[in-house]
Design a protein around this ligand. Sequence first.
Ligand code: ZN
Length: 254
Amino acid sequence: MTPATSERAALVAELLAGSERAVVLTGAGVSVPSGIPDFRTPGTGLWEKVDPMEVAHIDAFRRDPDRFWHFYGDRFAKLDGKAPNAAHHAIAELERRGFVRGVITQNVDRLHRKAGSRNVIEVHGSIEWSVCPGCGARVGIDQVLAQLHAGAGTPRCEACVSPLKPDVVLFGELLPAAPMSAAFALAGEADLMLAVGSSLEVYPVASLPGVTLDAGGRLALVTQGSTPYDGQAEVKLAGDVVAELEAVLAALDA
Ligand code: ZN
């Protein structure tokens, strides 16, 4: 690691240590080291042979739930087998030590919770639950996976036999109101937002750093590739997300 890199990590550590209401915002990049490709990156694994905008669209679910689950069941099973990586653990550690108040995430993979983060706002939902559009029942992932593993095809509600819908935001759906308002509140109160592994291009989540900045808070970025906020950030760590966050933790210990 070059001295310049560790100096930037030390600056992020300094910002964290000097803040009182810091919040972390994460995107797909934080889960890439866990083997979960960012589906918006062309030619990466899971979404290679299909157009996610087509198969993971709310209209596709409504029109043909069997076809939807034929695809999405595979995604469920793959995500369920993944473990949090050192970046998730570093973020959980920041919360445990009182440096951040919580994590706002665009990821549906549950890995922040598995790593021990407690205040996790999942603005795109989570694979933890599926919901019944018929009667509103909520069904846990273990039951959904059991149905999928049993080869019964589309997971269905036990009460009313409707096809279940994953409690994640599909293309064509609005983001859930309660998590979004919690996210906007945290961002507005934050004196520091640490945005990790997100290109900050997908709205409305992409507006959250702006909410923090407008309220007088500061922004630090840990992400490869450019973001619309590069010019407004106090500091940007553009290396590998695991190495960068571990350098920040090491700087906090120094
Ligand atoms: Zn039902």
